[in-house]
Design a binder for this molecule. Structure first.
Ligand SMILES: [Zn+2]
Length: 157
């Protein structure tokens, strides 16, 4: 039997819930204070800046997670970033994704329903970015499979 593969990327369709852009809010403690993020993508992008930096809350306040990503590409957002962001970015994404499924039971249920399927972050852009199946060796897919395993183990306890 071959393993089923589920490809995801954008927050649309049956597996859109796997996307960090999907509208599942998370509450996270940053620099000693709790903040609400509309999506995991908002959290990831905001973490490029110190919580005391006005740009941090500007990002959280953006409606569209794509805008949260795009604003960090503008010149005013390329300077004075959190110094350890690049070093910690994969962990930041992982903590955001883990919080999403811990704090949104509906998303956790959907993730568990994917069983043992291979989850692959896949689109044209994913071949270039650090989380997709290209250069990033499907990093986000692996994160989601690890979180799924954690959820499945919780059920047994
Ligand atoms: Zn993609």
């Amino acid at each position: 039997m071959t393993q089923k593969e589920i490809k995801f990327c954008l927050p649309v369709g049956k597996y859109g819930f796997l996307s960090p852009l999907a509208a599942y809010p998370i509450k996270m403690s940053v620099d000693g204070q709790l903040y609400n993020f509309p999506t995991v993508e908002h959290y990831y992008q905001a973490m490029k800046f110190e919580a005391s930096d006005p740009r941090f809350e500007t990002i959280i306040g953006l409606k569209n997670p794509d805008d949260a990503r795009l604003i960090t590409k503008t010149p005013a957002y390329k300077i004075n970033r959190r110094k350890d962001f690049d070093q910690n970015k994969f962990d930041i994404m992982f903590q955001g994704l883990r919080a999403k499924f811990a704090q949104n039971p509906e998303a956790a249920k959907l993730l568990k329903q994917t069983g043992d399927a291979l989850l692959t972050k896949s689109c044209k852009v994913c071949y270039q970015c650090g989380f997709g199946q290209g250069c990033g060796i499907n990093r986000m897919g692996k994160m989601l499979m690890q979180i799924r395993e954690e959820l499945q183990q919780q059920k047994e306890n």
